[in-house]
Structure formats: C-alpha cells, structure tokens
Design a protein around this ligand. Structure first.
Ligand code: RAM
Length: 360
C-alpha cells in the first residue's frame, strides 16, 4: 500500500516539474503529503544534511524502490535533519544527468548518489562536485575505468556473480540448448554492459553452455515502448528463438507482455532481472518461470547511513573504512571502493513471489 501511494506521488510530482523533493519524513504521515516540487529558488542548505539521488531516469519504478530505502533511513534518523532530493532526466542518455549534478552543486549538497548512464560522460562534473566538497557516490552500479572520479560505490550485489547467474538461469529454463537473445537497457549502461560482458565470458568458458547460442544484443533503453518493439523484432526475426535474457527491470516487463500477447508464454522463455511487484503476474501465468534481483531499497538505506557516519562519527569513505547501517548491520568499503549490499542475486519464482512483490 505504502509503496503504491509513494510511486503514484512520485509520478505526479515528476510530471509536474521533473524534480521531486521529500521534505519532513516523519513516522505516520502519508508519503504523498511529503513531496514537493523543488523550485529553483529553494533555499540551498536549509537542512543540516542535503542528499541528492539521481537515478538513470525518472518514471523507472526500480529507482523509486531504491528511493524508498533513502526514505526509510531518513525517517529513522530524523527527518528534521535531512533535505532529500530525488531528481533526474526523463531518459537515460549518457550525458543527460550532467545538469542534475550541477543542480546538486548549486544546492550545496553534502552527498550526491547517482546511477550513472555512462562510465565516462560525467567525469568532469563529478570533479566539479568533489572540488566543491561534495561526496560523489555511485549507487546501483560502478563506473568501470572512472573509479577515481567517485568516492565509493554502493553495489546491489557483487557484479562478478551476475553474468554467470543469468546464463545459468536461462540455461536451466531452456535445457541448456538453443538460440537466445539479450534485451538490454541503453547501449552505454555501465551495469548492463558489465553483466553482458560476463554473460559472454560464461558462454565462452563454460562447456555446460556450449549448445546455447547468443543471437544478438538489442537495446530497449529502459523504456517500455522501445523494449516492446525490440522484443517484437526479435520474435519475428528469429522464429526458433528459445529465450530472451533481459537484465533490465523495465525491459523484462515489456518483453513478458509481448511474449504473452504473441501466445508464446512458456515457448519463448523470458528471464533476467526484474522487480517482484511488476513480475508477479508473469510468474503466475508462466510467461516467466523465474528471474533474479536483489533488494533495491537496501542501497538507499545504506547510503544514508554512510553519509550520517561521516557527518556524526568521523567516518571517511576510503577502502577498509566501516560504518553501521542500523538494521542491516556493518558495511566495509572494499579495496576497489565498492560496498556490497548483498553478495549474490536472489531468485524469485512461484515459491516466493507473493512475499517479495509486497515489498518492491
Ligand atoms: C533497470 C536499470 C537498473 C538495473 C535494473 C535491473 O531498472 O537499468 O540500473 O539495476 O534495471
């Protein structure tokens, strides 16, 4: 219930101005009453701690789920202390987030959390932000090759486990045999590109997958319409396709819908990464046997506690440094600057979908 009210309010506020701010989180208040559109002349630094979270794109329920974790930690620590801004571009182009990082600098943020749409396009503006004394934290992904431009990265899981896990999952559903395709997000997405690289490696190196054939990788840009049309194109181009791996929570829903509407549920297996709340209907009707994910709200929750630890407990975000994220326990920054929310992805299927679809 809370989740759907929050999502509806986010969508309404985003439609009004493209920028969403939560003010005054306090226990018991209806979430929609706490959302306001940020005016450009809103006073910078009106609260002790200012956090900006810039998702890949607005209107993506996945990032709204991450945002609820920020919200939870802020309500635990005291809403009077925080100004929290959830703001970002409508679409996930490589340079579309630059203006939002600049806004965070103007707003004198203490920390920017960003799920970057490119591994390189934001380096200069990250440098500007850090030069202004702002922590830049990558969240939900890292920026391979540009790690020097962020302070740390909050990862949903150890990305090294994803490629193999996704190929194994698809393999188990198609009998480790036959042609399949990958429907990704954007062509520049640092997270999907890392996973796809690892999927290809698993296919090449593991003899178990020798009879699985990757036809091509197509891009739905984390947009429902583009993901649907790319799926339709795959189905008509490859009539004998056995499966589609979709490591995008937006893409997997669109692909399931197209496969179902084409009467191919169960014949063309759709799997990948998705939100249980959006995937439940496709698990129920057999279009998707099982898919994977982690716990998106944990990422935001951990992020807030890391900022808190720095402000209040002398924490400095360097490898080896530890901080406590109340109900989730202690986290340590790894030698590569990453913080692992969980180690491996979880499998969601008929056995547990109802429990998790109520959460995110
Ligand atoms: C989409 C985004 C996000 C990814 C999920 C699985 O919502 O691309 O970065 O983590 O899918």
């Amino acid at each position: 219930m809370r989740k759907s009210i929050l999502a509806a309010a986010l969508i309404a506020a985003a439609a009004a101005g493209g920028v969403v701010v939560f003010f005054g989180f306090g226990g018991g208040k209806a979430p929609d009453a706490r959302i306001a559109v940020l005016e450009t002349d809103a006073p910078a630094k009106s609260k002790e701690i200012t956090i900006h979270f810039i998702p890949k794109n607005l209107g993506n329920p996945y990032f709204e789920a991450v945002s609820t974790g920020f919200y939870d930690a802020i309500s635990e620590l005291g809403d009077e202390t925080f100004k929290y801004v959830y703001t970002g571009p409508q679409t996930a182009e490589p340079d579309s987030q630059i203006e939002f990082v600049k806004k965070a600098i103007e707003d004198k943020a203490d920390a920017i959390f960003i799920a970057a749409n490119s591994s390189t396009a934001l380096n200069a503006v990250f440098g500007e932000a850090r030069g202004a004394g702002i922590r830049v934290y990558s969240i939900n992904l890292d920026i391979p090759g540009s790690e020097a431009y962020r302070d740390a990265a909050i990862m949903p899981v150890n990305f090294n486990t994803i490629g193999g896990a996704q190929i194994e999952l698809l393999g188990s559903q198609i009998g480790y045999e036959g042609p399949f395709a990958i429907l990704s997000a954007t062509a520049d997405a640092p997270d999907q590109n890392t996973w796809i690289g690892l999927m290809k490696k698993a296919l090449e190196e593991n003899p178990k997958y020798a009879d699985m054939k990757l036809l091509e990788v197509v891009y739905g840009d984390d947009q429902p319409e583009k993901s649907a049309s790319e799926t339709e194109a795959l189905l008509s181009k490859y009539p004998d396709i056995k499966g589609i791996v979709v490591p995008s929570s937006v893409g997997i829903v669109a692909a399931c819908r197209v496969v179902r509407e084409s009467g191919l549920s169960g014949k063309v297996k759709v799997t990948g990464l998705g939100l249980p709340s959006e995937m439940a209907e496709f698990v129920d009707d057999g279009t998707c046997e099982g898919f994977q994910l982690w716990n998106p709200p944990y990422e935001g929750y951990i992020g807030v506690y890391m900022v808190w630890a720095e402000k209040k407990e002398g924490f400095v975000p360097v490898p080896g440094a530890k901080f406590k994220a109340r109900k989730l326990g202690e986290y340590t920054i790894q030698p590569n600057g990453q913080i692992l929310t969980l180690e491996t992805p979880m499998l969601y299927d008929k056995s547990n979908i109802d429990r998790y679809s109520a959460l995110f």
